[in-house]
Design a protein around this ligand. Structure first.
Ligand code: PAF
Length: 276
């Protein structure tokens, strides 16, 4: 496995590849990321993984400074997974000048997580487009755990005519149901036990919808209240249409239930799809 830090060297290395599958990450890899790598492997012989903690997608009071940077451990895991190339640029390499040209994501990026993280999806879309232009893969794999991110990336790829396939990968969960996330390690032992309640809350809503409940606003309100009563600071619980993330139209059958809430200092997000 080659670990490459510059755009020029990466372009040189990939010039001889005819088909590349790409997994963009911010590092601190867990089994969920390795699953994305395995899915990428099904699409191309050459798998490239990027590791870059992107300052553009963090708000001023967010965890950019403390986001775990574990390049050596990450590379060990990726080598064991048979990855061909890791691209780990410095900030100066990816942003040699202030990034004044950015990708304006679609209006839905102002809702859900975007309402609480202004500018986040602009930062994500911009770095993803830069990475796609650098790596020029035929396939890029993103986790459904970041459902709104996947939607924004899909829209960007479609509306900007990017010549690649975007693959969405199912969320990997711990045995109790908690979605795997690099941020789970911020949780204290007691918070880790409590954290599964977000998944249970989403699962309860899914069960209610499958059982015929149609008042989604009431389900969202009750779920947010149940989380708040246990000490969560809830940002949103929302039932949306899978394809647009807009409020579901009457009779919409492909739904997704999304939530974001803080447990102590840790912000957790999760979602569950439900098809009627
Ligand atoms: O999902 C992530 O880890 C990041 O948002 C991404 C896609 C690597 C862009 O920085």
């Amino acid at each position: 496995m080659q670990v490459i830090h510059t755009v020029a060297e990466l372009r040189q290395r990939l010039s001889k590849e005819t088909r590349v599958a790409f997994v963009p990450t911010m590092g601190n890899l867990h089994e969920g990321h390795l699953d994305l790598v395995r899915i990428a492997r099904q699409h191309a012989k050459c798998v490239v993984v990027s590791i870059f903690v992107n300052p553009l997608q963090f708000g001023v009071n967010e965890d950019f400074g403390k986001y775990p940077r574990t390049l050596h451990a990450d590379c060990d895991q990726l080598a064991a997974c048979g990855v061909e190339v890791v691209f780990a640029p410095s900030e100066a390499e990816l942003y040699p000048q202030p990034q004044q040209v950015t990708v304006e994501p679609p209006p839905i990026a102002q809702e859900l997580c975007g309402a609480f993280r202004p500018g986040h999806f602009r930062g994500v879309a911009t770095v993803v487009l830069k990475l796609l232009n650098i790596v020029q893969p035929q396939v890029a794999v993103f986790g459904k755990k970041d459902y709104q991110q996947l939607h924004v990336v899909r829209q960007m790829a479609a509306q900007l005519n990017l010549a690649l396939e975007i693959v969405g990968a199912e969320t990997l969960r711990a045995a109790d149901g908690l979605a795997l996330s690099s941020r789970n390690q911020y949780l204290s032992a007691a918070e880790r036990t409590e954290a599964v309640f977000m998944y249970q809350t989403l699962a309860n809503i899914r069960q209610a919808i499958q059982g015929g409940a149609q008042d989604y606003a009431l389900l969202e309100k009750d779920a947010a209240a149940a989380l708040a009563a246990r000490g969560w600071q809830v940002e949103y619980v929302a039932v949306r249409a899978q394809s647009t993330l807009a409020l579901p139209a009457q009779g919409e059958r492909a739904l997704v239930i999304l939530a974001a809430a803080r447990l102590g200092v840790t912000r957790l997000i999760d979602n569950l799809e439900v098809c009627l």
